[in-house]
Write a protein of this length. Structure first.
Length: 331
């Protein structure tokens, strides 16, 4: 007979992970595939439901041979989206078209807006209590659109809807580390605002370890972080935008949500959410996560004078981007 002392049982249950179902919508695409691979490695995911409009059975067969405990399921076509989302604790959405050189993210609204609306309607119907992480661009406008669709169906919980802006943090850490010649994993830096051009604001004044860069050098670094998406779009020369780094970033963000669901304390991530922090109705700040999504919006970190001015300017741009969502839904 196996005998376990009470202390051992308590220790075991503290370590035990609650594994949940995660759905990826748009899983066959450039972001969806590497994202699904990374999620397949998470011990906190029991089932990975992979959905796409195009056939995804090959991707699922491939992933299903990986020796981890996560079960992978395929769902193909609009009709199977409902089944994919059933009982999902987290829905991650990379679905949509990527940019081509010369386009900005806002140019994707016509096509990707429709995609987000369809996904949001199905989430509202099937799993409105799921934590939702949207990657689909233009994030600044897509999140307000999704919020509105959920509101119209009386299922909107602002604590559960997230625009994934983790790639901006990932890039900021990498570029600062390059400048300091240190390991990027040792760099911490909040990135606030939104996810396009000047709405992306890396707070260099809050960087750890301290990085006291000023003048033209500082402006150049901020601009590189803001334009990093273009850097990839141009390098891919028509073959799309960031997929691998975006998958890495989205997997990191989902990992934060999973750890929070599992009761881990002090899980903090920057994300674009409904917010009262500034005049913009949606805004990315550091968020303390809990099992129900946002536990507490940590608000604006301390800002220096240059960052205060940048926030004033970016809030105006964000307000315009948010208003585009309302216009899109009126069409
Ligand atoms: C990125 O930041 O790389 C993504 O938002 C994709 C894009 O269009 O730039």
């Amino acid at each position: 007979m196996i005998s376990m002392k009470i202390g051992q049982i308590a220790r075991y249950s503290r370590c035990a992970k609650k594994a949940v179902k995660v759905a990826v919508v748009g899983a066959a695409g450039g972001i969806g595939q590497p994202l699904s691979l990374l999620l397949k490695m998470s011990p906190m995911i029991s089932t990975l439901a992979l959905h796409d409009l195009q056939d995804i059975k090959g991707v699922v067969a491939d992933l299903s041979h990986i020796c981890t405990g996560t079960r992978v399921q395929a769902f193909v076509g609009a009709k199977e989206l409902q089944c994919a989302l059933e009982d999902a604790a987290i829905v991650v959405v990379p679905a949509g078209l990527p940019r081509k050189p010369g386009m900005n993210r806002a140019d994707l609204l016509t096509v990707n807006g429709d995609v987000a609306v369809e996904v949001a309607k199905t989430i509202a119907f099937v799993c409105p209590k799921a934590l939702m992480a949207f990657i689909t661009n233009p994030i600044n406008t897509i999140i307000p659109i999704v919020a509105q669709i959920l509101k119209e169906r009386n299922v909107f919980d602002p604590n559960r809807l997230f625009g994934v802006t983790t790639l901006d943090v990932v890039r900021a850490r990498t570029f600062v580390a390059e400048a300091l010649c240190i390991d990027p994993r040792t760099v911490q830096i909040p990135v606030i605002g939104g996810h396009a051009g000047i709405t992306i604001l890396p707070l260099l004044s809050q960087c750890l370890p301290k990085y006291t860069v000023t003048g033209a050098e500082r402006d150049k670094l901020v601009k590189r972080i803001q334009d990093a998406g273009n850097e990839v779009v141009e390098a891919k020369a028509g073959a799309g935008s960031a997929t691998l780094s975006m998958a890495f970033a989205a997997a990191k963000f989902v990992d934060c949500l999973l750890r929070a669901i599992n009761g881990e304390e002090n899980v903090i991530a920057c994300s674009y959410v409904q917010s009262k922090v500034t005049e913009a109705e949606f805004f990315a700040t550091p968020i303390l996560l809990g099992p129900g999504g946002i536990y507490k919006n940590l608000g604006l970190p301390q800002l220096d004078e240059q960052e205060k001015k940048a926030v004033e300017t970016l809030v105006k741009q964000l307000q315009q981007d948010i208003a585009e969502g309302a216009k899109f839904l009126c069409k």
